[in-house]
Design a protein around this ligand. Sequence first.
Ligand SMILES: [Fe+2]
Length: 214
Amino acid sequence: MPEESALSSSGSPGATSPVADPGALVVGADGSLTGATGSYTKQLGDMAGVYRDADAYQALLAERGADALVYTVQEHRNLSSEGAIIIGTSTLLPGRVGAEFAMTRGHLHARADRAELYHCLSGQGVMLLETVDGRSEALPLTPGQAVHVPGHWVHRSVNTGDEPFVTLFCYPADAGQDYALIEQAGGMASLVVTDGTGGWTTRPNPDHTGYRRT
Ligand SMILES: [Fe+2]
């Protein structure tokens, strides 16, 4: 129809931008996400080089096998364009490798200025946050607590409890993840470790060589 053709060729955003369907989600405290569009898991075999205590890691690998589940992510995503968001849950199982608690690989967003929300649904853990110029924070998360991770902060979830540590997250769909940054730095600058009395503490990672500038 002539009127529609004229509207389309005018470059009107309303006529040309893709419009995604709304996502109706049910978020469980166990990390279940009804309505998710995708999911992935990380197994123990994927975590080579992540934990500082290589002997403890190898011993655990021998005991539990490379297929042992470490964490599961379920997510809902639609568009990947600027302004779109990804919503999901992360379920990180409890465990220890040497003195370190079970944790995710961690990353800086490939578009480093992109921020993220983490909201704890169950379990207890820590969000370990670092900047490339040496700032470090370890923020505890229990159900009801949330962390607003600003852009330019490397971040990793750590399960400091005995139950699955479940968080709801939300971040921009065009953020991406840079996993190599931590690997190239010899790990994050801080380690989240047992304090010897049933709790957790942080201590400097002697293998950390500093982050490359992004
Ligand atoms: Fe992230």
